[in-house]
Design a protein around this ligand. Structure first.
Ligand code: HGY
Ligand code: MN
Ligand code: MN
Ligand code: MN
Length: 411
């Protein structure tokens, strides 16, 4: 591949920051949560850009957007390239967006260079990758890969009790394409690392070989609502205390599983959530991850057992439901080698890396050859409005993605 073939970094950078104006956060990042009006507006902008690039848009029953550039062989399966435009409530400008707009930039550059590929190329915006509003994460790509049913997905509820299906219809992005009907020749995803390794190692490119597996365990603890002032300590059935001890235990399980394992909690709800009422119900989701399959399932088993012990000691009811899961992922070695070769051709410092975060590529890998390209992010920070990358890192990632896609789509 000619190392002079490059994307237009200014156009990519400008598109990223134009998208960031939609669903702005309070501190310069983004709050463009899935199936909100902001998400709908971001979709409209993405579709406008795809129309301008001459792509034909298909939308499936989960609202995932597929923008197709024709190849010279209409019978050849397309190379899919994408990520997600939805963000966390206090998200950054680049998580997901770099991947969707990096894929669009590859197509825009092919148009500029008047290059035709044998395989068609399809740019993808997956619905609800984040799982922040509607658990689990990677919901639409999970339905696409046959891991979840459409009914399951449509029935998922946010904290206000609204369902995914209602909200998708409300914003007007429910497509009629059968989810998962599309067959992929290959799938690539460009994403920021969301961790500190590439920056610390002074590498511009992460050649992603694997992704950590994950369990999201939703605990519902049932205590007894009572007055925080007049209820003697011995009479309390304190679900909040049980929660605190479980959090401490999860931390210990994760530390005992070092190296390369994580565990924590990001979301808790207290009912009735009143300052002077002991909680009758506490609901929270434990997020554990590691690339080692045995360790992952061992951590889950230990957490569920020790949580049950903590709750019975305090006299609190304990129910747990797995609301998210995928096994550790090994990406397709041939595609991983293509990414590594692209980084070498382009002269970027690179290293093999395991993805800490989950991505739509994890489910795409169940149904097609798939892999990822990563670029560093400042201080490894993500899922925080201060998430930041350099334009040079965005350019490096998009150039490597461009070359890998060209190689696989065959020019
Ligand atoms: O949770 C994840 O790893 C992804 O950011 N949704
Ligand atoms: Mn992401
Ligand atoms: Mn994310
Ligand atoms: Mn499993």
């Amino acid at each position: 591949m000619d190392s002079n073939l490059r994307i237009n970094a200014d156009r990519l950078w400008n598109s990223i920051h134009e998208m960031a104006e939609i669903g702005p956060g309070l501190r310069g990042g983004n709050n463009r949560q899935t199936l909100t009006d902001d998400d709908a507006e971001g979709r409209r902008l993405f579709k406008k850009w795809c129309d301008e690039a001459g792509l034909s848009m298909g939308i499936d029953e989960m609202g995932t957007m597929f923008a197709r550039r024709e190849g010279t062989d209409p019978d050849a399966l397309p190379v899919y390239v994408g990520s997600h435009l939805d963000t966390q409530p206090t998200g950054g400008r680049y998580d997901g967006v770099l991947g969707v707009l990096g894929a669009l930039e590859a197509v825009r550059s092919l148009n500029d260079l008047n290059i035709k590929t044998k395989h068609p190329i399809v740019v993808v915006n997956w619905t609800n990758e984040e799982g922040a509003r509607f658990a689990p994460a990677m919901l639409a790509s999970g339905v696409f890969a046959g891991v979840h049913t459409l009914d399951y997905a449509y029935g998922r509820k946010d904290l206000e009790g609204k369902t995914f299906g209602e909200e998708l219809a409300r914003i007007g992005w429910k497509g009629d394409e059968t989810v998962g009907a599309r067959k992929m020749h290959a799938y690539y995803e460009l994403h920021i690392e969301q961790g500190p390794i590439l920056e610390a190692e002074n590498k511009e490119i992460g050649v992603v070989t694997h992704c950590q597996g994950l369990w999201w365990l939703e605990f519902t603890l049932t205590g007894k609502e009572a007055h925080t002032g007049s209820t003697p300590m011995a009479m309390r059935v304190n679900a909040g205390l049980a929660m605190a001890r479980i959090f401490e235990m999860v931390q210990k399980v994760a530390m005992d599983a070092q190296p390369n394992a994580v565990g924590g909690v990001g979301q808790v709800t207290f009912q009735p959530n009143s300052r002077n009422v002991l909680p009758g119900k506490v609901v929270f989701t434990v997020d554990i991850r590691t690339v080692d399959q045995e360790k992952l399932d061992g951590m889950r088993a230990r957490i569920e057992k020790e949580a049950a012990d903590i709750c019975s000691e305090i006299g609190v009811g304990c129910e747990v439901e797995a609301v998210g899961h995928f096994d550790p992922v090994t990406f397709t070695p041939e595609l991983v080698a293509t990414v590594r070769k692209a980084a070498e051709t382009l002269g970027y410092a690179h290293m093999d890396i395991v993805s800490g975060a989950g991505h739509d590529a994890c489910w795409a890998a169940k149904v097609a050859p798939a892999t990822m390209v990563m670029c560093p992010c400042v201080d490894g920070l993500s899922h925080n409005e201060d998430e930041d990358i350099s334009k040079e890192w965005a350019e490096a990632g998009a150039n490597v993605l461009f070359h890998a896609v060209l190689e696989t789509a065959e020019i």
